[in-house]
Design a protein around this ligand. Structure first.
Ligand code: ATP
Length: 549
């Protein structure tokens, strides 16, 4: 088992850290993260995987509240993308279908996609501490103008950053400058680098390639011929099934195939809670288009995906859209209409941002690769009947039409992470409120809230529990609601504030006289009375259609 000494394990261990006198005072951002991690554990949003055995680095489990939150995110995505998509830039209804592929596929898929050959991050090992880091993640504190000075390496957003900064400032007597480790080329300089946790300088190895795919064997015999991989992305299952979907559903270009599913990457340095995990879930769309329409479809998906994240509660300045510079683009995207990231300002990236979703014009790279590696060649091309009719009507000669109507569609890929999305929802919702008994309230968008409403009888007598139970039995047919009869009302409200439940309905003495209940709004604490027969309509109005449980 791997040690829990690095990465986000720090967050868990640091739950006790603020009490220790010797600990340096945490910056406000990390203390927000520590408090959120503690709440997630205490209230059952997120647990460390295999915790009773000390955990395993890079793997996380969702508890009773977390699983509902993540499910709401995935259900909203599925509803808005597959079942109820918007109107496209061409004024037509979007054609979208869903798919569910296996995690283990024929390994040739990963040779064709380039993952077997190229899905690797160069990394460096520290000979002293035996730690391994992604080469592009190692940063250094250097003297602003001193050649002879030592160089202190660290990982951004990890405890090594604060520790090394303190050491560098003390050693230099001035504020250190930050550069990427990869910028240091000179051997004499490299020999002066203290690795993030090392005591001696010059212990980092040369960068080496490291394939991020998890390997396994299929069948009884473990040999070269039985090697298979856990998929590192869901996208390739869509490309591998593109012909099946075309042949079995009535979709025509432009159309999209969507999939939600697990992906696995043996990340070198999993960290920042669930942000960089080794097992995670993706929500991916491959949208197949005519190559000439790439610009408008790229812009459409980039902007509509950004608005979607806003619509589920990430509406403020913590969300940004960032267009990639040319030199950041993947090899296949260089000729394309562009790539952009939808990014969220997490407490651990603040003031920077971390990627939630990438939107890329992947050209026809993947389909051409699969055409070549599967031997299907032009059979994977799309025959555009509508274009054929259009060109015939324009009087275009037959041989010219034949050339134009069979092509490999281009692809716009919006690829989002369900775990990073869930984490962003948690970070956005977390609100300290010393005025409440719980001291904290999770202000989830009602559509995302794990529990939509709580129903309380004020006291456990006088027929109130029966009325509350009847209301609960009715509402639970549509939403995830909770009946809570235990403890005083203040404690029950506090529990619901921590769970982020937007509405609490209380059955009290007045209910017995006029059939109204009190509704308490989570965010404003405002209370009003609603007739019991109107509660269902009230919730439908506040939570919205297609909201799921
Ligand atoms: P990064 O640069 O952060 O490693 P990426 O660009 O490799 O991410 P993609 O391959 O574009 O990510 O994957 C699409 C989405 O899948 C990302 O936007 C992210 O939300 C999610 N994702 C990727 N890697 C991880 C991971 N290790 N843990 C959790 N989510 C991930």
């Amino acid at each position: 088992m791997e040690t829990l000494a690095n990465g986000i394990a720090e967050f868990l261990m640091s739950e006790q850290a603020p009490q220790k006198q010797s600990q340096p005072k945490s910056p406000p951002t990390s203390s927000k993260m520590e408090k959120l991690v503690a709440l997630c554990k205490r209230r059952g949003f997120i647990f460390q995987d295999s915790e009773i055995y000390g955990g395993i680095n890079g793997f996380w489990d969702y508890g009773p509240l977390g699983v509902e939150l993540k499910k709401n995110l995935k259900d909203a995505w599925w509803h808005d993308i597959v079942r109820c998509p918007s109107i496209g830039p061409d004024g037509q209804l979007l054609e979208m279908v869903g798919l569910d592929c296996t995690i283990i596929m024929n390994p040739k898929v990963w040779i064709a996609s380039g993952h077997v050959g190229g899905f690797s991050d160069p990394m460096v090992d520290d000979r002293e501490t035996k730690q391994r880091f992604r080469f592009d993640h190692v940063m250094c504190f250097v003297h602003p103008n001193g050649d002879d000075a030592p160089i202190f390496a660290f990982l951004s957003d990890s405890p090594s950053e604060a520790k090394r900064k303190k050491q560098a400032t003390k050693a230099f007597g001035v504020e250190p400058k930050v550069i990427a480790y990869s910028e240091i080329k000179n051997a004499a300089q490299l020999a002066k680098v203290f690795a993030p946790e090392a005591e001696k300088p010059g212990t980092l190895t040369e960068p080496r390639q490291f394939n991020l795919m998890f390997k396994t064997y299929v069948g009884a015999i473990e040999s070269e011929d039985s090697i298979a991989y856990l998929r590192p992305e869901t996208a390739q299952g869509i490309f591998a099934n593109y012909r099946n979907v075309l042949d079995t559903s009535r979709v025509k270009v432009p159309f999209g195939i969507a999939q939600i599913g697990k992906a696995f990457r043996n990340e070198v340095t999993p960290r920042n809670y669930t942000f960089r995990s080794r097992e995670f879930e993706q929500m991916e769309i491959e949208f197949f288009i005519h190559p000439a329409t790439a610009n408008e479809w790229y812009k459409f998906w980039r902007d509509s995906r950004f608005k979607w994240w806003q619509s589920i509660g990430l509406a403020g300045s913590n969300l940004q859209l960032r267009e990639h510079d040319k030199d950041e683009l993947a090899h296949y995207a260089k000729e394309g209409a562009g790539t952009s990231d939808i990014e969220y300002k997490f407490p651990f990236t603040d003031p920077g941002f971390g990627e939630l979703e990438g939107v890329a014009h992947r050209t026809d790279f993947d389909l051409r690769q699969h055409a070549q590696h599967s031997g299907l060649g032009d059979k994977l091309k799309y025959f555009d009947q509508d274009l054929q009719v259009k060109l015939q009507n324009q009087g275009v000669p037959k041989d010219e039409i034949d050339k134009q109507v069979k092509y490999f569609p281009h692809v716009i890929e919006p690829s989002a992470g369900a775990d990073r999305g869930t984490l962003a929802l948690l970070c956005e919702a977390y609100t300290d409120d010393p005025g409440r008994p719980s001291g904290v309230v999770m202000k989830f968008h009602p559509r995302m809230a794990p529990i939509k409403a709580a129903i309380f009888p004020l006291v456990d007598k006088d027929g109130m529990p029966e009325i509350a139970q009847n209301l609960y039995m009715d509402l639970r047919k549509t939403w995830n609601v909770q009946l809570d009869v235990k403890q005083n009302i203040g404690k029950r409200y506090a529990r619901m504030d921590e769970a982020g439940t937007p509405f609490c309905f209380t059955v009290d003495t007045q209910t017995l006289q006029d059939q109204t209940v009190t509704v308490r709004y989570r965010d404003t604490l405002q209370q009003e009375r609603v007739n019991i027969s109107q509660v269902r309509a009230f919730l439908a109005d506040k939570i919205g259609a297609g909201a799921g449980g």
